[in-house]
Structure formats: C-alpha cells, structure tokens
Design a protein around this ligand. Structure first.
Ligand SMILES: CC(C)(COP(=O)(O)OP(=O)(O)OC[C@H]1O[C@@H](n2cnc3c(N)ncnc32)[C@H](O)[C@@H]1OP(=O)(O)O)[C@@H](O)C(=O)NCCC(=O)NCCSC(=O)C[C@@H](O)CCCCCCCCCCCCC(=O)O
Length: 712
C-alpha cells in the first residue's frame, strides 16, 4: 500500500504504508508503481517525495515473501519500479526517517536526491540473509560512492548512521526536524532543473586503479571471512560487474547471481535465523506460561554479586541497558580492580556503585549472583540473599550448568529464583539462556525475558537440567571429538572439518581458548576423574560407558590451553592467540593409543562432522523430548547466537532437517553400531518418531513432541 497526496500545489508525496517496517510487499509494490505513474502523468505535479508512513522509510523487500516464488512474482518487480522512479522526468526526493535498508535503500538510490533525518540509518544488509542487493543496489551504490566504500557496505551488510552516510555522499542532506517537510521544500527548489546527472544508472563507476588486483584481493578477503557462505562472494562479483560493465549488463549479472542465491539452502537457513531470533521473544513454557499472558514486573535497579570476568561483563550489560547497578565484591583488592575495569568498559561511571558488603543488594529489584561455579558457595550466598533482599526482588544465578532448583530451595522465595546463563564476554555476546526451575513463576520468567531484550540479547527461555540446552548439547559433541583423537584423528583434522563447516573455531581451539581446566573441574565434581576414582577402575570406562581421559591427562600435564601457552596446540607464550601444531601432542597421542591398545585408523572430515554434529543434534532431540527447550527454533537460536553455529546453516535442528532426518537417523545408527559403548550416538526416540511420521517440516515437529511430559 502506498498513500498518494499532493502538497504545496506541485509536490506529490508518496508514502509507503506497511507497518511495522514498511516492507515492500506485493501490495506495496503495486501501490508504489501506480503512484509513480500517477505522478508522472499529472501535469500539476512538478516534483515527488517518497517517504515511509509513520516513521521508518523502509525495511526492504518483504522477507516473508521469499520462501514462496509465487508471492515474489506477484505484483510488479522492484527492479521495474525503481527504473520508473529513476526515469521520472520530475525530481524525486527520498525522505529517510528511521531506516532505509535493503530494497528500501535501493529505492532511495533510484531517487534523484536523498534527504535523511540525523538519527536515521541506511544499509544493504541482504548478505546476512544469504542474498545480495538484488534490485539495483549492487550496481547503483558503487556508482555513487565508488567501489571501495560500496563494497564494504555490501559485503558486511552494516548499518551506516546518517552522519557517516552524509560524509560518504550517500545522503545529500540531513535534518533534525521534519524530514518530509524538508524534502518537500527541497523538491520544489529542484523543480525544472536537469536530472540526467542525478540518475545513478546513467553514471559510470568512479575509476579504480589496478581493478583486477583489487577484486582478486577482495575475493580472497571475503572468502576468508565468509566461513563457507556464498553470499559475500556473490556480492564481490556483483560489485565487480558495476565497476567493469555498462549499467544494464551489470543489472543482468546482479539478477543472475540473485536467482542462484535466492533459491539456495543457505538463504533459506539465513532467513530462518532472522525469524528465529525474533521468535524467541514470543516465549512459551509447556507449563502454560506465555509471553503474551504474563505481566512482567519492571526492573530498574540491580545488584551483581561477584566481580570476576563474568560479573564485570554482566554489570556493564545491565548498566548499558539503563539500570542503576550496585556491584558487590567482598574481596577488597578485587573490588578496586573490578571498578577500574568496569569504568573502562563503560567509559565512565555509567550508573554503577560499588560495595564490599552484601547488604548493598537490599534495595535491588534483581540480584545476579556471578561467583564461580561452586554449588556450596552459591548456596550460602542465596541463603543470605533470601534474608537481605527486599520482598519481590528476583534472585538470579549466573551459571552454565548448576541446578537452579537446589538454589531456590535455599531461599524463602523459590518462585522468584531463576538462572541467567550469560556467555563470555557477557556485555558482548548476544545470547542469554533464561533458566526456570519447576517453581519459578511465569512472572519471573517474563521479567527476565524483558530485561534480556533491554540488554539487546537474544533471550531464550529454557528448563532446568545439567547444562541447560547449550552446554548439555555440547557435551556429546566434545565427547565425540575426544573419541576421534583416540581413534587416530588429530586436533588439526577435527578443527579443520568444523571450521570448514563454518564454525569460527574448531572444538580444540575453542577448548584452548576457554581453558581445559574448566571441564576438568566439572568432571572432578561429577566424580569422573580425580581422587574419587579408585585405581581399579578402567581408565577409559565410567559408569559402564566409554570415557576418554585425554582432557584430564592434558590438565595433569599443566596444559590448560592459551592461558598456559600449551593445550591442544602450542602458543608463543601464555595468553598468546595464534595456535601452532605441537609435535609433543602428536607423540602424546601416539603413546596414549599404544598404551591402550588402540589402532590409529584413517578418519576423514565427513566422519568428524557426522560424529560430532549428529551426536549434538541427537541430544537436541532429547532436549525437545524432555521439554527443556520449547521448540527447535529456540535450540537453533541458542546455537547460532551463543555457540558460533554458522547462520547460513540455520542452527543444528534446522541443519538436521535440511540434511534429512532419515539420513541423520541412519548415520547415528551406523555409528552407534560401531561404538555401542557411546550412548550419545544411540538415536533418541523423538528422532525415530519424526522419521516414522514422514519427517515433517521443522515447524510441525511440536505436534510429534506433544503428549510428552515436560520438565520446563
Ligand atoms: C528493520 C529493522 C532494523 C527493525 O528492527 P526492530 O528491532 O525495530 O524490529 P524487528 O526486527 O523486531 O522487526 C519488527 C517486525 O518486522 C518484521 N520485519 C522486519 N523487517 C522485515 C522485512 N524486510 N520483511 C518482512 N518483515 C520484516 C520482523 O520479522 C518483526 O516481525 P515479527 O513478527 O517477526 O516480530 C529490522 O527488522 C531489520 O533489520 N529488518 C531486516 C532488514 C533487511 O534485511 N532488509 C533487506 C531485505 S532483503 C531485500 O531487500 C532484497 C532486495 O535487495 C531485492 C529483492 C529483489 C527480489 C528479486 C527476486 C529475484 C529472485 C527470483 C527467484 C527466482 C526463483 C526462480 O528461479 O524460480
């Protein structure tokens, strides 16, 4: 839909009307084209302003139409509309408030002038949807900005603030006032002036020296960052077309590349991630609590207990969300250091006060305990908090795996106790697992979810079990990686397979980064290693199942990863980041295999991927079956935003659907037959039931899950 009105006697104002983001749906495209034609044919109209109704200019093409080719093809095409806008013989001014993104910016590029509000932002983020700007953006933007600046915007998809856009020449003018009024005044002043030179399709791209070398390098750079995603490479190709081909030829190239991307599995996966991220806000718990029926009590003050790395990050995240925070650290020397670190991160005080006394938490609406992962210490703190804090205050623990219900039992307000699993660094990472125990009230979940949103996090409501969702699924993945080393693989081989798949870091590099000692401590607490294990126990079996002591042996050697300069890889010094292969490790693994009578065999990347990923996915099905996650989409959001799962592969559960559930089941059956002592490879019953019911699409899985008792 587009509104059409004439103002000041000669200016046609066309206003895109499709809340909330004024996306270019078929109806909008229809309305837009009709309005442009009306303006062209009306002799009273001497100029045109295009704006967005009620604020935002336009969020781009309607992503909801992308899954359906018949939707895409109904109504006029964007390319055709934008050609008519550019060809209009009357000046057309885009009045950009809020944002002009994707097709929205492409529309503005087809206009002859661009006016922006000083707080607007513009960008071509199609790459993050597995696409390229497919309505002329890849051809017009380089003609306006030059190849370098345009390529940067198109390949990164970043949003550019109005001030920068003005400097780049992307916007012609900024205003702090009413953008449409300013654009109307300007349009009138431009009436009757020549427009040829304002039509970007008529302009050549500003020349660039050593063009071939430039694009070769750009391609190498993009390939290095793409982690297997095709869209960034297609973006480079399209911009190269803009730099080397006449406009219409460039448009043909853009169209060809777009058609390939649009129908790809990667674009489907990226689109799925877009909606999954937003869908997490519409949380439900199988106990009946829902986002739209629970009123959240507002939180305006918070206390953070424990100012180690996590506590500092959480303090920063809460302060940036506008909360008044009291940061408590009972160790005086740590308190000073933490205060300096937090102030540095916040670039000043930022509404944070500090105390060494737990009593300081008395007035807070929410307390986040962030001491180290020790149940006894946490229990003691929760006992104290229960009496110190005001009635109604929520008590949260930042933990990656401990039992929320046990902590709730230490208090007189179990319905107000929950887990907030932040990911390090807590002020940077997007994911927050909001963990409710069996007694946590829906209002408590609602308040935490709302707070997560204020902090800019993708917050996912999950149930209480060891490791919750993310770490619970990570365990079988890590376990298979260790087993593969025992069987003949090297850390380099395993990591290469996972990095080629698209993870930013393979499992062994990740383990070096986070510290091998963390898992060692957890295994000791679980009685899998350490003094509790009697000498007569076989080293490679625990509780009747296969166990790899490799991680424990590494820690006994003092190899904790990057922090000690040695782990699965070698580093130049403790704390250094560049991983090098370590000959010591090679001999260590050889000796280990010899000692345990293990014959090293040739392992290929496919086996690495299948063993590690299928074991993780299998646990994901168990998580669904147990009701610990409300949907496969929630699991995928957790993996994409917290564990580096590549967006262009959609998340583990989406990936399973894309590979084919029958194939995943078959793979698990094969590996379980070969490794019967590894229960994580035994296909779970939900996966079997889904396959038996014909592998329904992912949004229908919940129908098969239904009927199962939930723990959420
Ligand atoms: C805009 C935002 C920055 C706003 O953020 P905010 O936080 O305010 O709000 P939300 O993100 O929560 O969003 C609110 C609400 O709106 C929904 N939504 C947002 N954007 C869109 C959209 N573009 N389309 C549809 N819906 C949208 C969102 O889902 C929320 O609703 P929900 O119910 O989920 O809560 C932020 O939203 C944002 O960043 N949006 C995305 C911006 C973006 O990426 N834009 C680019 C879109 S892609 C594009 O524009 C492509 C064009 O370049 C060209 C298209 C040409 C097509 C040609 C096709 C040729 C191929 C043919 C295939 C041939 C097949 C064959 O061969 O057979």
């Amino acid at each position: 839909m587009a509104q059409y009105r004439i103002v000041s006697g000669s200016v046609a104002v066309i206003s895109i009307q499709n809340p909330p983001v004024n996306a270019l749906s078929a109806a909008v495209r229809e309305g837009l084209l009709l309005s442009v034609r009306a303006a062209a044919s009306d002799p009273l109209v001497r100029s045109v302003v295009i704006s967005g109704h009620n604020g935002p200019f336009c969020g781009g093409a309607d992503i909801k139409e992308f899954g359906n080719v018949s939707h895409l093809e109904s109504g006029p095409h964007l390319v055709e509309i934008f050609e008519s806008v550019e060809a209009l013989a009357k000046p057309v001014v885009a009045a950009i408030e809020g944002f002009a993104l994707g097709g929205g910016l492409e529309l503005a590029l087809a206009c002859h002038y661009r006016f922006g509000h000083s707080e607007a932002r513009v960008g071509l983020p199609e790459v993050s949807l597995g696409l390229l700007p497919g309505a002329g953006g890849s051809q017009r933007l380089p003609r306006l900005l030059g190849v370098r600046a345009a390529l940067d915007m198109i390949v990164t998809g970043r949003h550019v603030a109005a001030g920068e856009a003005l400097k780049l020449g992307l916007l012609d003018r900024l205003t702090d006032g009413n953008t449409v009024d300013a654009a109307v005044r300007f349009a009138q002043s431009a009436e009757g002036k020549p427009l040829d030179d304002r039509r970007l399709g008529n302009r050549p791209c500003p020349p660039l020296e050593n063009i071939d070398a430039f694009f070769e390098e750009a391609l190498i750079h993009a390939r290095g960052r793409a982690r297997g995603a095709a869209a960034p490479l297609a973006c480079v190709q399209a911009v190269r077309g803009a730099a080397t081909l006449p406009f219409l030829k460039g448009m043909e190239l853009e169209k060809r590349l777009m058609e390939t991307l649009m129908t790809s599995g990667q674009a489907q996966a990226s689109r799925y991630c877009f909606f999954t991220e937003r869908g997490a806000a519409r949380w439900t718990t199988p106990t009946g609590a829902r986002w739209d029926t629970c009123r959240a009590r507002p939180i305006s003050t918070a206390a953070v207990i424990g100012l180690g790395t996590m506590g500092r990050g959480i303090t920063v995240a809460l302060a940036r969300a506008g909360l008044s925070v009291v940061a408590v650290e009972t160790q005086e020397h740590q308190l000073d250091e933490a205060q300096r670190a937090v102030s540095r991160m916040l670039k000043g005080g930022g509404g944070v006060s500090y105390s060494a006394d737990l009593q300081a938490a008395a007035g807070a609406d929410l307390v986040v305990e962030a001491v180290f992962e020790d149940m006894a210490v946490k229990e003691e703190i929760f006992k104290q908090l229960s009496s110190v804090c005001k009635p109604g205050a929520l008590l949260a623990t930042n933990t990656s795996s401990l039992d929320i219900d046990r902590l709730a039992s230490c208090t007189l307000r179990p319905e107000q106790v929950l887990g907030l699993h932040f990911f390090a660094p807590a002020h940077v990472m997007r994911l927050l697992e909001v963990v409710s125990g069996p007694r946590t009230s829906p209002q408590t979940v609602a308040a935490a979810m709302q707070l997560g949103r204020r902090m800019g996090k993708v917050s996912v409501a999950v149930g209480n079990c060891p490791g919750f969702v993310g770490n619970r699924m990570l365990k079988p993945y890590l376990e298979q990686a260790y087993f593969l080393l025992e069987e003949g693989a090297s850390p380099e081989l395993v990591d290469a397979a996972l990095e080629e798949f698209g993870f930013p870091m393979g499992v062994f590099k990740m383990s070096d980064l986070s510290g091998l000692d963390i898992g060692w401590r957890v295994r000791k607490e679980e009685g899998l290693t350490g003094p509790g294990v009697t000498a007569d126990q076989p080293m490679r079996t625990r509780r009747g199942r296969r166990y790899s002591p490799l991680g424990d042996l590494m820690c006994e050697e003092g190899r904790y990863g990057q922090k000690t300069g040695r782990g699965w890889y070698l580093y130049d010094r403790p704390g250094a980041r560049v991983a090098r292969s370590d000959p010591w490790l090679r001999s260590f693994l050889e000796e280990y295999r010899e000692r345990h009578g293990l014959l090293a065999r040739r392992i290929d990347q496919q086996e690495v991927l299948e063993r590690c990923l299928y074991a993780l996915i299998n646990e994901g099905f168990r998580v669904l079956e147990d009701g610990v996650a409300a949907s496969p989409q929630n699991i995928d959001a957790i993996y994409v935003f917290g564990y580096g799962w590549p967006k262009h592969r959609g998340g583990p559960m989406f990936y399973a659907a894309q590979v084919g559930l029958a194939r995943v089941l078959e793979g698990l059956e094969k590996y379980h037959k070969a490794h019967p002592d590894s229960p994580h490879l035994q296909p779970c019953s939900l996966l079997r039931r889904l396959v038996a019911s014909g592998s329904p699409p992912i949004h229908k899985w919940s129908e098969v899950v239904k009927g199962h008792r939930s723990q959420l």
